[in-house]
Design a binder for this molecule. Structure first.
Ligand SMILES: Cc1cc2nc3c(=O)[nH]c(=O)nc-3n(C[C@H](O)[C@H](O)[C@H](O)COP(=O)(O)OP(=O)(O)OC[C@H]3O[C@@H](n4cnc5c(N)ncnc54)[C@H](O)[C@@H]3O)c2cc1C
Length: 473
């Protein structure tokens, strides 16, 4: 099958999916103003008309057809490098379609237990690839009381579960929250949010279904109103993507779309599989975020005549250390790649978790450095309309002057970028995303404990203490 065209993508969203936003049932997703920017964002991944971009975002599959590179299973360091090079050019919708890499990274383990379900993973991956579909990572449950297990909740549906097993498939009930781009994808790839015990086996469920499957309902939420001008909101005006509150109201899933149905020992494997690629995406984004923050801090300092002052030099140096730590970590993770038994090459697990942890735990501190250098105009700068007004504009041009060689309009644009990226619509979203997307800090701490060479560290510590190494693995 050929790659999907932009028009075909837009038409594909007219499939009677059940979508809500702001209390309204949205019958026609493509024509609704709320989806204008998000669809423009998604269309960037179908930008196959541009020759240079097409080379970067596509590859030849094993059967010779052309597919989006998000579907390429890296088999070598070079494949991995190309994937990481593509990621900054991919929209968040393409980014979450990487969920197939998570599934394929555990297919060997799954095959040992359920070869039929492993076949389902491989078949649906190939189908999605050949049709050039987009898919969402549908993992995070409502979860209710965090201190209680899934089956101990006041309402048994607070974690997504199997409510009926039939000869032809399973019936599933529950809700998955915060699902990026759920309303704009073709497939909902559902996995357990955590490991499950034997009593929770009905909650050990994974599958992939089309977004318009009967019983699926999606309530949307976004940080951005439908229209924002690009002068005052340089990021939010063209970067927004709704998250979906996805409800499974007794949804039937045929057996050939099921990946897990009660094999509780495998639930944790599914839940952790997504983390690696999700956090890799986070680190790729962190590299660019860090570079932009250095640039903004430098510009805003220069534009106020304090570029050579120790305060500015110190602040910018802190941001450089942050940005370079991100860049070097990603390089290190890629160079020290690992390989699954069936040959998928992926970034180093420890390095990616350390890098994502550093990003998530330092990002707010780095925003503070930038805000400290920038001052109050981050929040109080008048809008573009005031600048363009014949009455108020001259006052802005007079009193926004600071140093020669910086025109007022450029200064305003830099302030708007700082506000929008760190303190307003997109910026508010980013503050939470930095921490929670790909799992909160705890998720990375757990992975660091698992991946670190603890026996080696323990032995080194015992050696330096002059003690006999304890007989522990
Ligand atoms: C913008 C955005 C986009 C997202 N996109 C997706 C997506 O596409 N797909 C998807 O599946 N998810 C997505 N998520 C969800 C994200 O993975 C979760 O928000 C994150 O894992 C935290 O889970 P939670 O929100 O349920 O909060 P909680 O589970 O309440 O976690 C909040 C904090 O409490 C800690 N905590 C939780 N339980 C316990 C406990 N029992 N004991 C001690 N500490 C605990 C956590 O470690 C964390 O630090 C997205 C989130 C955001 C904000």
């Amino acid at each position: 099958m050929p790659l999907m065209s932009k028009d075909a993508y837009i038409d594909s969203l007219r499939d009677e999916r059940v979508i809500f936003w702001g209390g309204e049932r949205i019958e026609d997703v493509p024509s609704h103003p709320r989806f204008r920017v998000p669809i423009d964002v998604a269309l960037r991944d179908y930008d196959y008309g541009d020759d240079a971009k097409r080379d970067l975002i596509t590859y030849r599959t094993e059967d010779g057809s052309l597919a989006h590179r998000v579907y390429q299973v890296p088999r070598s360091e070079e494949d991995l490098r190309l994937r990481l090079e593509m990621m900054p050019h991919m929209s968040i919708v393409g980014g979450v379609t990487g969920v197939f890499m998570a599934l394929l990274s555990i297919v060997d383990e799954l095959r040992k237990e359920r070869p039929d379900f492993a076949d389902n993973v491989e078949r649906l991956y190939k189908e999605a690839r050949s049709k050039d579909l987009r898919a969402a990572e549908v993992i995070t449950d409502a979860k209710g009381d965090r201190a209680r297990k899934a089956h101990e909740q006041d309402d048994p549906d607070l974690y997504t579960r199997i409510v009926e097993r039939r000869p032809d498939g399973i019936v599933v009930r529950g809700a998955k929250l915060h699902i990026t781009a759920a309303s704009l994808v073709h497939e909902l790839v559902v996995m357990p949010t955590k490991s499950m015990s034997e009593e929770e086996k009905d909650y050990a469920v994974a599958f992939s279904i089309p977004t318009n499957t009967a019983g699926v309902k999606i309530i949307n939420r976004s940080f951005a109103p439908p229209t924002l001008n690009s002068f005052d909101y340089p990021a939010s005006s063209h970067h927004s993507m709704p998250e979906g509150f996805v409800i499974f109201d007794d949804v039937f899933v045929p057996w050939d779309r099921v990946f897990l149905a009660g094999e509780w020992k495998l639930a944790g494997l599914f839940a952790s599989s997504l983390g690696l690629w999700e956090r890799t995406g986070g680190v790729v984004d962190a590299v660019e975020t860090g570079r932009i923050m250095v640039g903004l801090a430098q510009l805003v300092s220069e534009m106020q005549g304090k570029g050579r002052k120790p305060e500015a030099l110190n602040g910018v140096a802190e941001l450089i250390a942050f940005a370079e730590t991100m860049r070097m970590s990603l390089e290190h993770a890629c160079r020290n790649f690992e390989r699954t038994p069936s040959g998928m090459v992926h970034p180093n697990v420890l390095a990616i978790n350390v890098a994502k942890y550093q990003f998530a735990s330092q990002f707010h501190q780095m925003v503070k450095v930038l805000h400290d250098l920038a001052g109050g105009l981050v929040l109080t700068l008048p809008e573009e309309a005031d600048l363009r007004s014949n009455e108020s504009g001259p006052y802005l041009r007079k009193y926004m002057h600071a140093v020669k060689d910086t025109d007022v309009e450029t200064r305003m644009r830099v302030y708007n970028a700082i506000r929008d990226l760190t303190a307003d619509a997109y910026g508010g979203w980013k503050q939470v995303v930095a921490l929670q997307a790909g799992g909160g800090l705890l998720a990375q701490r757990v992975m660091m404990h698992r991946a670190y060479d603890m026996p080696g560290a323990r032995k080194a510590a015992l050696d330096v203490a002059g003690a006999r190494p304890a007989n522990r693995s």
